[in-house]
Design a protein around this ligand. Structure first.
Ligand code: BES
Ligand code: MN
Ligand code: MN
Length: 454
């Protein structure tokens, strides 16, 4: 029945999703403020049409949060669906093979910014809800909370959650904003990394200088910055900031084995990325390096002359943006402090240092023995014919830890994207198959979670 409904309505589902994808809701760019609101209004409208009550845009100091709910029976369990309608900036534009805000289907995949992260995945939930309403399948109460600032660090969400605890009262959080292993091997994310995001500025002389007249005698802040960054990893790929690993939870051999039992082909991984060899912390596999180990990466670095041709200049300043992915039980604030202290301590006297902390977020591990996790597992078994494997994803969704802290709620991370969907990159895409089977799996989740004793 569910299947038939999806097949019969597939074209409309896609047309509606495409309309959402056409709205350039780039939360980082203030020029798109109006578009971000438009996307929120569109999501609210579609929730209403699907049958949600109390649909409203809840204002924050930043972008609005879309709320809606369907409480059919207070005795039934309540699921709070979280997602985000904002997207990353589309740059670099010239590398897109079709315009980022003009959804284009190629080889069964929808190409558009936000196709997978997270508009496509949010839309699966709205359509799953529509199906349950239309077919009288609603076995749970549902609340939706779809925000517009996830890609910029969910700055105002913490306050919103604290102020709306009763409105958000639920039994579990359900999020589709992560990846699966593959369409052949389903998985449920059971852990996410945390984040500390830093920006540094290294200042040398009081102005840009002629690199011939002064070069060799005055510290070049870009050279210095590169050396400082390089020194933050040792030859084993470990981070050299004192105390950085202090609280890192070391996994038991059996837990590591379970992670490495997931199907993974290192050669295929390398081939798909166009690299000859992977690299990282010694003694760990790729799945461990992205799942359970912390990292430090330069996200951007600039300074001096980067225009056309050659300009001989010794720049006055060098800059970098650096992210650290964190794992249990690292604390983002503590890591931010350790980084700041260390970065200042390793600077030579010839330069001045400024360190700015951007957003951060705590890592999260979700239980795999809860009724909600088991319901998700059953849903996959039923729809995919395979038992999903729990995985640890490398990305971050800081709100997961916050939900636990503020609402006492666990989260089920039932994502349907693929790591190769080019999230945050040019040519982001989302498989139509993933979208459709995701809807079916979500409906199946509710069926199981609404039952007694899963
Ligand atoms: N959906 C992603 C996170 C993600 C992607 C988790 C793939 C697992 C697998 C989310 O939108 C995101 O991009 N988060 C940011 C963090 C945020 C604080 C800006 C990230 O991970 O960089
Ligand atoms: Mn996302
Ligand atoms: Mn994202």
């Amino acid at each position: 029945m569910v299947n038939q409904y999806i097949t019969a309505n597939k074209d409309r589902f896609l047309t509606e999703l495409f309309d959402l994808l056409r709205i350039p809701s780039v939360s980082a760019d203030s020029r798109h403020k109006g578009d971000v609101r438009k996307a929120a209004e569109y999501v609210a409208q579609k929730l209403k049409e699907a049958g949600a009550d109390k649909v409203e845009l809840m204002e924050t100091k930043g972008h609005p949060i879309v709320f809606g709910e369907k409480i059919s029976d207070p005795q039934k369990p309540t699921v709070l669906v979280y997602g985000h309608y904002d997207v990353q900036p589309p740059d670099p534009l010239n590398l897109w093979t079709s315009p980022p805000f003009e959804p284009t289907v190629k080889d069964g995949k929808i190409y558009a910014r936000g196709a997978c992260d997270d508009k496509g995945q949010v839309y699966m939930h709205i359509k799953a809800f529509e199906i349950m309403m239309k077919q009288n399948l609603l076995s749970c109460n549902i609340k939706f909370m779809i925000e517009g600032e996830e890609e910029v660090g969910s700055e105002h969400l913490g306050e919103f959650v604290k102020e709306n605890k009763s409105k958000l009262k639920a039994d579990v959080i359900l999020i589709s904003d992560t990846s699966l292993i593959s369409l052949d091997q389903p998985s449920i994310t059971a852990g996410l990394r945390g984040l500390s995001y830093m920006e540094v500025e290294v200042t040398g002389p009081n102005r840009d200088l002629h690199s011939g007249v002064y070069g060799g005698a005055v510290a070049n802040p870009v050279n210095v910055l590169c050396e400082m960054i390089a020194s933050m990893h040792d030859e084993d790929g470990r981070i050299t900031i004192p105390g950085f690993y202090e609280n890192v939870a070391e996994l038991l051999p059996a837990e590591r084995k379970a992670i490495n039992n997931a199907p993974f082909d290192q050669n295929e991984y390398n081939r798909e990325l166009g690299i000859d060899e992977a690299q990282g912390e010694k003694g760990y596999t790729t799945l461990e390096r992205t799942g359970i180990r912390p990292t430090l990466d330069v996200n951007g670095i600039w300074g001096g002359y980067t225009g056309e041709g050659a300009k001989t200049v010794l720049p006055a300043k060098g800059h970098a943006k650096i992210s650290m992915r964190l794992v249990p039980n690292q604390n983002p604030q503590q890591i931010t402090d350790l980084f700041t202290k260390h970065f200042i301590s390793i600077a030579p006297k010839s330069v001045k240092i400024k360190v700015i902390a951007h957003h951060g977020g705590e890592p999260a591990v979700t239980p795999t023995d809860s009724k909600a996790f088991k319901s998700a597992s059953k849903a996959f078994e039923e729809v995919w014919g395979k038992t999903p494997i729990p995985t640890r994803d490398g990305g971050s969704i800081p709100i997961v830890a916050l939900f636990k802290k503020e609402l006492g709620l666990d989260t089920v991370l039932m994502g349907f994207g693929l790591d190769t969907d080019a999230l945050h990159s040019p040519n982001e895409h989302y498989g139509i198959k993933n979208f459709l089977i995701g809807i079916e799996t979500i409906v199946a989740f509710y069926k199981h979670f609404g039952k007694n004793g899963v």
